[in-house]
Design a protein around this ligand. Structure first.
Ligand SMILES: C[S@@+](CC[C@H](N)C(=O)[O-])C[C@H]1O[C@@H](n2cnc3c(N)ncnc32)[C@H](O)[C@@H]1O
Length: 215
């Protein structure tokens, strides 16, 4: 892994990805981790440090180029648009599935297709981590509503004008992850924080973190 100043893109893992990693003892074993929307590899870098086999799925070739630089030659990088479904991930089962800060970009129907397909690829007892936006997030309601709680954003201050965002209720997200991914013991944590983006107070950012294992 490059030295901190040389890492491209985000330099640190999501705080809750790191909490999940240590609280669930993932530093004491290794296996295959797949991140959907893994971008430049900031979350996978934590797993890399502990010897996990890495797969990053993202539709941005620029982000994957940076992930190659950050994660090295052994990482599996798959360029795919998850709104079109789950790509071929290879034969090895998935021991940890990370979906941080990605589900909001998929419609409800697209998310169902991805989650249902991913379930079939999980190893017995696999760990799942999901983080996504809730309906009380600053952005929800700003733009044009294209489906229930799904908005084409008009928020240039967050850099997301024109992007689709789906916002979940806490109950709806947990229910979906239980029914579509097969989580049996989900932990749900609300995360709210204020931010300043392009000189505008973006408050609150409101997310739900859900993690747990499958049978
Ligand atoms: C907000 S970033 C999150 C990066 C990383 N997962 C994290 O938690 O720090 C969202 C990532 O999802 C990717 N992404 C968004 N929509 C996507 C789609 N439809 N298919 C594949 N990747 C997508 C973006 O390219 C970006 O790398």
């Amino acid at each position: 892994m490059p030295a901190l100043p040389d890492i491209r893109g985000l330099k640190y893992p999501d705080e809750f990805v790191a909490r999940h990693f240590f609280k669930r003892g993932l530093h004491q074993r290794a296996g295959r981790v797949v991140e959907l929307g893994g971008g430049t590899g900031n979350n996978l870098s934590l797993y890399a440090a502990y010897g996990w086999s890495l797969t990053d799925v993202d539709y941005s070739q620029a982000a994957l180029d940076d992930a190659r630089w950050n994660l090295g030659p052994d990482a599996t990088l798959i360029q795919a648009d998850l709104s079109q479904g789950l790509p071929d991930l290879g034969d090895a089962p998935i021991d940890v599935l990370l979906i941080p800060n990605l589900l909001c970009y998929l419609t409800a129907a697209q998310a169902s297709v991805v989650l249902t397909a991913a379930r079939a690829r999980l190893s017995p007892g696999a760990e799942v981590f999901v983080r996504t936006r809730l309906v009380d997030d600053y952005r929800c309601g700003k733009g044009v509503e294209e489906e229930p709680n799904g908005w084409r954003l008009a928020t240039p201050e967050t850099g997301e004008a024109g992007l689709f965002n789906l916002f979940y209720t806490a109950e709806g997200l947990v229910e979906r992850l239980v029914s579509e991914l097969g989580l049996i013991d989900p932990v749900a944590l609300k995360v709210a924080f204020d931010n300043v983006q392009n000189g505008v107070l973006v408050a609150p950012n409101s997310d739900l973190v859900v993690w747990g294992a499958v049978a």
